[in-house]
Design a protein around this ligand. Structure first.
Ligand code: HEC
Length: 157
């Protein structure tokens, strides 16, 4: 009986040890870009496609409404909205987060706003897409006000 108990305890201790190291082991991500490079290569171009897909252009001749005109246009916006939504996750890996509260919240807000754009595309609704673009833009602004200070700007130029 004693031997059996000893065996069970050893087994328990070993499994806890495995669990504990499993929890502290870093996830197997391999971050490649800095935050700035991620902005340049992924976040900014993807957002631009959304921003430029809908809107109103006013000229002397009159007002022109812009919206995706065919399935391929909508699909293009969708691809970029999905990319932008996932870019919110990329902002959370490695040493990209500057803190765990506001940075996390802003990265998540980027994903959520981009998902609104995905839904607008699925509904083929230009007004909804316009609003989603507005929300995306607000998240960009909010995060930049917090983290893109003059010092970082200088360093990057
Ligand atoms: C989670 C925070 C966060 C969000 C959300 C965010 N950015 Fe940024 N962005 C930054 C930071 C921090 C920098 C400055 C990086 C540096 O210079 O090291 C930056 C820099 C940039 C730059 C300058 C890159 C360069 O070449 O110097 C662009 C362009 C940019 N962001 C676009 C966007 C757009 C567009 C959005 C929204 C779709 C967005 N960002 C959302 C944090 C964010």
């Amino acid at each position: 009986m004693k031997v059996r108990h000893g065996f069970i305890w050893t087994a328990l201790v070993v499994s806890f040890a495995v669990l504990a190291t499993g929890c502290t082991r870093p996830l197997p991500f391999k971050p490649v870009a800095t935050v700035r490079q991620l902005m340049e290569s992924t976040v900014h171009p993807a957002a631009e496609v959304i921003f430029e897909s809908v809107g109103t252009i006013k000229t002397i001749e009159g007002t022109e409404e812009i919206a995706p005109g065919n399935d391929e246009d909508w699909a293009e916006v969708r691809r970029n909205a999905v990319t932008l939504a996932e870019a919110g996750n990329l902002l959370l890996i490695g040493d990209r987060p500057k803190d765990r509260e506001k940075w996390y919240a802003n990265a998540r807000a980027l994903t959520d706003a981009a998902l609104l754009a995905v839904r607008a595309v699925d509904a083929k609704n230009p007004e909804q897409l316009f609003d989603a673009g507005g929300q995306v833009y607000e998240v960009c602004q909010r995060c930049h006000e917090l983290y893109w200070d003059d010092a970082t700007r200088e360093k990057g130029r």
